[in-house]
Ligand binder design. Structure first.
Ligand code: CUA
Length: 325
């Protein structure tokens, strides 16, 4: 599935979409111009120091050479003009890059809503003709080659949405909705991260973007539409009962069951996701058990409390959640 290696799945220097590429061009242009300017300035400075030392030996510093003064005036004047020219060129370049990124906006067919929470991402795929609104967490699916509008908002503090291989960075400011456009060239898994310090677990607030073919995306979207799978085995029944009976359901929703909490991620299709706790842990039964048993030792400060479950109930809850494909 992942065509991108691990080294370039989260890097502004490895652009995998039109918008990220425009930003990358800008990065290289600015870097090249700044490096050249710095080298020139250092070269001129070194020459001036060297020649000044030679001249010091040959004449008094109070003696003014009008010819020399005029040459200096011309040199400083041209350097100032060149600086203005370079800055103007960079500003115009930056303006047009911004304009071309904005030009994609409005052409999107798919719109999703991303809400920042301390410290995870809530993702909503709005109701479309034949399907209902779907709520998921920490993993965005998009079809390759199609611009997707991402509407951003936050309910607590300022977060920042940044998937560097696909797009620029945008802050999520409570009460001030913003948006950006995600577009990926080729299938792959791209990682993003909250880019604005938002509290204790800011570093553990990652997001995964899965870019896939239109067919795979439609299949995923269709799968998300369904209510949670009903428990089949005794173990899964026991797990569901423990989940509903011990407080998990106060914070988490599982569509198709009485669990309707909205404090934490919607778990209707949790077993389909690649990671847990905003990409802090891989989605494995062991990690899931560890996370439920003691979230505070894995992500101190997170809103998820430890819930006292017997070992058998814990195993049953893990089995039940693991069945929620
Ligand atoms: Cu959310 Cu940093």
């Amino acid at each position: 599935m992942s065509l991108t290696g691990c080294s370039d799945w989260q890097s502004a220097l490895h652009a995998h979409g039109a918008n990220a590429r425009r930003i990358l061009t800008l990065i290289w242009t600015f870097s090249a111009v700044a490096a050249t300017t710095w080298l020139l300035v250092m070269l001129v400075l070194a020459t001036a120091l060297f020649r000044g030392r030679l001249r010091e030996a040959s004449r008094s510093p109070l003696q003014i050479d009008s010819h020399q003064e005029r040459r200096l005036g011309i040199a400083v004047g041209s350097a100032t003009a060149l600086t203005v020219l370079v800055l103007t060129a960079l500003t115009i370049g930056s303006f047009f890059a911004g304009k071309s990124i904005a030009s994609l906006s409005g052409s999107e067919v798919i719109t999703i809503r991303v809400t920042g929470h301390q410290w995870w991402w809530e993702i909503r795929y709005p109701k479309i003709a034949s399907s209902q609104e779907v709520v998921t967490a920490n993993e965005i699916h998009i079809p390759v080659g199609e611009p997707v509008r991402v509407k951003l908002d936050s309910l607590d503090v300022i977060h920042s949405f940044w998937v560097p291989s696909l797009a620029g960075k945008r802050d999520l400011i409570p009460g001030r909705p913003s948006e950006l456009t995600l577009i990926a060239d080729k299938p792959g898994i791209y990682r993003g991260q909250c880019a604005e310090f938002c509290g204790y677990q800011h570093a553990h607030m990652a997001i995964t973007v899965v870019a896939e073919s239109r067919e795979a995306f439609d299949a995923w979207r269709f799968g998300q539409d369904a209510d949670a799978i009903a428990p089949a085995s005794d173990e899964e029944h026991r797990g569901q009962a423990a989940f509903l009976g011990t407080g998990c359901a106060l914070c988490h929703a599982i569509r198709g069951t009485p669990a309707g909490g909205t404090v934490g991620p919607d778990l209707t299709h949790i077993a389909n996701r690649r990671s847990l706790a905003a990409d802090t842990l891989a989605m494995t039964p062991g990690a899931l058990a560890a996370w439920i048993a003691d979230p505070q030792s894995i992500k101190p400060g997170a809103k998820m409390p430890s819930i006292a479950l017997s070992a058998d109930d814990l195993n049953a809850v893990v089995t039940y959640l693991g069945s929620l494909e």
